[in-house]
Design a protein around this ligand. Structure first.
Ligand code: GLN
Length: 551
């Protein structure tokens, strides 16, 4: 295999939600801080070909990369913690792997052979891993699921074989487990870790490093015990202690010696890590001088994982303004004209995020109206922009029956609709949509360019005239209404270069009211907060006045 990359495989044991995605991202950050280039890949055991069709209630946010791939939310962590450029090859599912193998089988590629999990599926997995091993020092591969799951077995077998293929000096296995503190016994328990490692070894993988998720630092004595039972060195048992802020994870890992151990085991020489930016970030995050409360009026409010990138982008906006951001999730189905003022009373800013389906749309329209009339900063993202446009059409322009044709196919005033034809700046082709278009493959997905109008909220926030942002939607602003909207005070501040697509709208006579057709949250980083979130939080802060943070 023609690659000089080294590989780190990250598996998880005991139970899910231990933070394997964050751990992988943090390892990436640490290795970057030592001057290495990294990429991170997620292998997901579920059968869906991609997470695009999965319900956010079950699986959390669908993260979109520049190239328009709908991916697992862990890729969001990878992008926020590292500079890795991620795309379609950074997320494979069982479905995508089988799809590729079955397509080859139908084409006759296997020439009469019997197609089997080993070697055909495992070979496909190994080639998928190799796809990202170009021009990077380190490839980190996170295996979704928990050791012991039936679905993940082919992936584990593939990564087991991988070591023999590329040489043992080029591969390490890191296993994340749980070391729970049992209050009644007054001690930390190592048995779940022992069992999980036993399971992993029974399929032929001996972990090199154990990341032990726990609420307190492990004593040397406990580390010794784990090391003995799991066949690793004491210094290969790392405390993955709970943290208040996820961006502390690289620092905790470093203080436990993780990055030193990784480079030692992979036989790489690097400079010392430069972690000062991470330390400063935590400092700013932990001791802000102000605070604001942002009301997020949406549908998936019980599972905040559904808005992972959004939440992080709001925190980043806070960091940029030396300000703590409280998120108040409000189920839009519980808002109506009567209670709106009461429900949003303590909001310094209102945000309506992206979404699909008509449930709760009326409540979101009430929230947008309240924010517009009471001069509260409003940020509408994708569906949130549609909501802002519908509300403006109805209550400012006077088109009482205005709607999006997503929610009312027969509305006489479809201010948001399926655009019949437009010039697509990304592909250089004419695109067409109508109600007969397929649901799959007809969304506008991934990065699109957008030109900003000078002297607008958007242009001031970005400080440049051309931007690129990521999309994931089917419906668009209806250009037939531009004239009447502009006459009534709506500003079209962002358009596609061809001029066919409205990408950003804002209000002329309002402190901060902006709706964008794209999802800016996907591109925000803790070290580089997104301009719109930075500007939105600054406006919310102005509204909040000089309120100091509560303790
Ligand atoms: N449902 C809307 C559309 O498809 C908005 C999608 C979104 O908010 N991401 O256009």
């Amino acid at each position: 295999m023609a690659t000089n990359s080294k590989f780190i495989f990250v598996t998880g044991g005991v139970l899910s939600s231990l933070g394997k995605g964050l751990a992988s991202a943090a390892i990436g950050a640490l290795l970057e801080s030592r001057g290495l280039s990294v990429t991170i890949q997620k292998l997901d055991p579920y059968i869906n070909v991609d997470p695009g069709t999965m319900n956010p209630f079950q699986h959390g946010e669908v993260f979109v990369t520049d190239d328009g791939t709908e991916t697992d939310l862990d890729l969001g962590h990878y992008e926020r913690f590292t500079h890795a450029k991620l795309g379609r090859d950074n997320n494979f599912t069982t479905g995508k792997i089988y799809h590729a193998v079955i397509t080859k089988e139908r084409r006759g590629d296997y020439l009469g052979g019997t197609v089997q999990v080993i070697p055909h599926i495992t070979d496909e997995i190994k080639s998928s891993i190799k796809l990202v091993a170009r021009d990077v020092d380190i490839v980190i591969v996170e295996i979704g699921g928990t050791i012991g799951d039936i679905e993940s077995l082919p992936f584990l077998e593939a990564i087991r074989q991988f070591k023999a293929d590329v040489g043992k000096e080029n591969v390490i296995y890191i296993h994340l487990t749980l070391v729970p503190y049992v209050g009644t016994a007054g001690e930390l328990k190592t048995k779940p870790t022992q069992h999980s490692v036993k399971e992993l070894r029974s399929i032929g993988i001996q972990p090199d490093i154990l990341l032990c998720r726990t609420d307190r630092y492990l004593s040397t004595e406990i580390k010794r015990k784990i090391a003995l039972f799991c066949n690793v060195g004491v210094d290969e048992v790392i405390t993955a202690k709970d943290v208040d802020c996820i961006y502390e994870v690289p620092l905790v890992f470093h203080s436990e010696g993780l990055d030193d151990k990784i480079v030692e085991l992979l036989h790489i020489w690097t400079r010392a890590p430069r972690l000062e930016p991470w330390r400063q970030l935590i400092e700013r995050f932990k001791s802000p001088t102000h605070e604001v409360t942002i009301a997020i009026v949406g549908k998936y409010v019980d599972l905040t994982e559904s808005y992972k990138s959004l939440n992080e982008a709001l925190y980043h906006g806070g960091i940029a303004n030396d300000c703590r951001v409280h998120l108040n999730f409000i189920d839009s189905e519980t808002i109506d004209e009567d209670n709106c003022a009461e429900v949003l009373a303590n909001a310094d800013g209102v945000l309506v995020p992206g979404g699909f389906g008509s449930r709760g749309v009326d409540g979101k329209i009430c929230a947008a109206r309240y924010a517009r009339e009471n001069r509260i900063p409003y940020f509408g993202i994708c569906l949130g922009m549609h909501i802002a446009v519908i509300e403006f059409a109805r209550n400012v322009v006077g088109l009482a029956d205005a709607h999006s044709s997503e929610f009312d196919m027969t509305t006489p005033n479809p201010v948001i609709y399926l655009m019949k034809e437009w010039y697509d700046d990304k592909t250089g082709t004419i695109q067409r949509r109508d109600i007969h278009s397929d649901k799959g493959g007809t969304m506008r997905l991934g990065a699109y360019p957008c030109l900003l109008k000078p002297d607008t909220i958007a242009a001031r926030a970005y400080g440049q005239s051309e931007i690129s942002e990521r999309h994931r939607h089917r419906y668009e602003f209806n250009n037939d209404y531009i004239e009447v909207f502009e006459k009534n005070g709506l500003v079209i501040s962002g358009k596609s270069p061809s001029g066919d697509l409205v990408e950003i709208v804002e209000l002329a006579d309002h402190p901060w009211f902006l709706g964008c057709q794209f999802h800016p949250e996907f591109k925000s980083r803790p070290m580089d907060p997104h301009p719109l979130f930075r500007s939105f939080i600054a406006a919310a802060l102005k509204k909040a006045g000089d309120r100091p943070p509560s303790q």
